[in-house]
Every structure is written in structure tokens, then in C-alpha cells.
Unconditional design. Structure first.
Length: 342
């Protein structure tokens, strides 16, 4: 395919991160499908981290993103230009399973179409509901994934690792969430108040009456604000807006005395910004297991299931007094580095 023909096939959302001509250069390609346009800043941060990870560790690859809304057109184009030693990826997150079927259907399609190429699901949490519908969707995913003998699935916490081993016949690796691979020096910001970052989706399990009581109690610390990592003020976030919204979220968290959340990535963003953080669970344990698997040595982050206000007061006071320490996870990403090296 020459550049003129290629230009006629490109649509918005295919390769927004590079010049179109670079699709035809001699470099090996890493194609990332499923790049999010929806407004969950956690998933935006994952895509941001995936790009940094590949470019920093493997500059000899041409890294090519395909936005989620361009999956069909992206598949058609990549089929025409892919070479034998290129790699096909699907973005990481917490959406492998039956909860977010539009994304799972795209993932199945990509793995099935590119069954003859080295393929990876980047670090994910996996959850299929234990219902008739959930089991049907699990079978559909098994049927699609098992057509691809070259597929590797990266699990980002131990619960998912067991689910993947028991569900799929694919190669499995175990690494932390991609955002934990970022090396960002946090800004020194003036801190004030308590920031609640809470779900309003199908994974929410924290009781609203309890939240109301906790927010009222938190007023003794300072001004109380409530938000989510899913933005409501915009409808979509494209590639060129991703970094802006991600860094704005980091500033919001880094300006707080403490974060109280049931969002995995609010916890991760708190770690990046050295912000004390109290973490509650979601419906299937991805925040809890990410904490216990990788992060429980941190003295300014704490996971809890308690709803006892007295106990929570003790935890909050402890977290706010801590001089933030670090965990070193670089070696834990080695299985992922090995995948792209080989």
C-alpha cells in the first residue's frame, strides 16, 4: 500500500498519535486497540501509561493507537499493513468480562481477527457475573480467545490471575496496573479539605447513608468535595486531550489533604501525588486486591471494609500524619517487558 492509498483509508481515530506516513515505515509496529474515548480518567491514564511504557522501553517500535470508536475501520486497515513480527494489543483496565459488553465484544473481535499474530490483553481485572447471562458471555469470550494461539492475557491482581487461569487456555502474565509504571514527579501544591471520589456506576457498593455520615464527619478536617474519576462535564476525550484531563485530575487530588474513594485509580493517583487515601471496595474486589497485592506497604494509603466511624477516624488521622513512603514496582513489570522483547 502506498501513502496515497493509505490516506484514502484513514478515518478519525486511527493512528491519532503519529503521522500517517509512519504507518508505512520499516519499524516494527505495536497496534493498540480499544484506546478509550469515554470520560473515565482511570482508563485514560492507563492508555497514557501504555504509550509511555512502550515508547520508553522499546523505542524501536512504532506505537499505533486505534480509538475505541474506530475499531471496525482500524481492524480493516491494520489487516492490510500488519507484518509477521508486529504485535496487536488491547488496552488494559477493568472491563474484561460481562459488565462492559461493548468493550468486550470489540476485544473478542480483535483477538479473533489477529489470531495469527502475537497478541496481548494489557493488564486487566476480569469479572464475569455468576448468572446465566454472565456464563453465556464467558463462553463467547472463551470461543473467541481460544481461536488465538498467540494470545497472552496480563492480569493486574491475584484474584484476576486465578480467574484467567481457570477460564482461558491462553498464556498468562501477572503485573500491576499500567498507571503504576508511570514515573511522575508530583507538584508541590497547597492542600486543603477532604476529596471524596466515589462511583456512581454498576460497580458501586458503598451505601449512600454511610457516605453522608462520613462526609459530615469529614467537615472537621476542612472543606468537603465530592467527585468521580468519570467526568460529567465532557462527553468524550480524544487522544490529544488525554494528558490535559489526566494532569488536571492529579492536581485536584494533589490539592487535597486526604482522598476517600472506592475507585482503584483514585487510589493510584493519590500514590502518584503523595496524597493520603482511604480506600473502600467495588462490587468485585479489584481495588482491594490491587492494594493487597502491590501496595499494602504504603503508610499513607489504607484499604478498609469497616463502616465504623470511630475506626475510620483513627485510620484517617494515621494516614494524614504519615510521611509518605514508596513502593518499587519496576521489577514487577518485567514479565510485560519480556513479552515485548521476545
Amino acid at each position: 500500500m502506498n501513502a496515497e492509498i493509505l490516506a484514502g483509508k484513514l478515518v478519525k481515530g486511527i493512528a491519532p498519535n503519529i503521522d500517517a506516513k509512519d504507518l508505512l515505515n520499516d519499524k516494527r509496529k505495536v497496534f493498540l486497540f480499544g484506546s478509550p474515548s469515554y470520560t473515565n480518567i482511570g482508563d485514560q491514564a492507563i492508555a497514557y501509561a501504555e504509550e509511555k511504557f512502550i515508547k520508553n522501553h522499546f523505542p524501536y517500535y512504532e506505537y499505533v493507537e486505534i480509538m475505541d470508536y474506530a475499531t471496525e475501520e482500524g481492524i480493516k486497515l491494520v489487516k492490510e499493513i500488519i507484518k509477521e513480527d508486529d504485535i496487536v494489543c488491547f488496552t488494559g483496565g477493568g472491563n474484561l468480562g460481562s459488565l462492559y459488553l461493548e468493550i468486550e465484544e470489540d476485544r473478542r473481535k480483535v483477538f479473533e481477527v489477529f489470531k495469527d499474530y502475537k497478541t496481548i490483553s494489557l493488564p486487566q481485572s476480569v469479572y464475569f457475573e455468576d448468572t446465566e447471562e454472565g456464563n453465556l458471555e464467558k463462553q463467547k469470550s472463551q470461543d473467541a480467545y481460544h481461536k488465538n494461539r498467540h494470545l497472552t492475557i496480563a492480569a493486574r491482581e491475584s484474584q484476576t490471575l486465578e480467574v484467567v487461569k481457570n477460564t482461558f487456555n491462553s498464556n498468562v502474565i501477572y503485573t500491576p496496573d499500567m498507571v503504576l509504571s508511570l514515573d511522575i514527579v508530583p507538584k508541590e501544591l497547597k492542600r486543603d479539605g477532604v476529596l471524596f471520589i466515589l462511583r456512581a456506576d454498576k460497580e458501586k457498593v458503598t451505601d449512600e447513608d454511610f457516605i453522608t455520615n462520613l462526609m459530615k464527619w469529614s467537615e472537621k478536617i476542612g472543606p468537603v468535595d465530592r467527585t468521580d474519576t468519570v467526568l460529567s462535564e465532557v462527553d468524550t476525550i480524544d487522544y490529544d486531550e488525554r494528558e490535559k484531563y489526566f494532569l488536571e485530575m492529579l492536581e485536584k487530588i494533589g490539592s487535597s489533604k486526604i482522598v476517600i474513594t472506592d475507585r482503584l485509580h483514585a487510589m493510584v493517583f493519590s500514590i502518584i501525588t503523595n496524597t493520603p487515601c482511604l480506600v473502600f471496595g467495588n462490587s468485585y474486589g479489584k481495588a482491594k486486591h490491587s492494594y493487597t497485592d502491590w501496595l499494602d506497604e504504603l503508610n499513607f494509603i489504607e484499604y478498609t471494609d469497616t463502616q465504623d466511624i470511630g475506626e475510620l477516624e483513627r485510620l484517617v488521622e494515621k494516614l494524614m500524619k504519615a510521611e509518605p513512603n514508596r513502593v518499587h514496582l519496576a521489577e514487577d513489570f518485567q514479565p510485560l517487558k519480556d513479552f515485548f522483547k521476545n
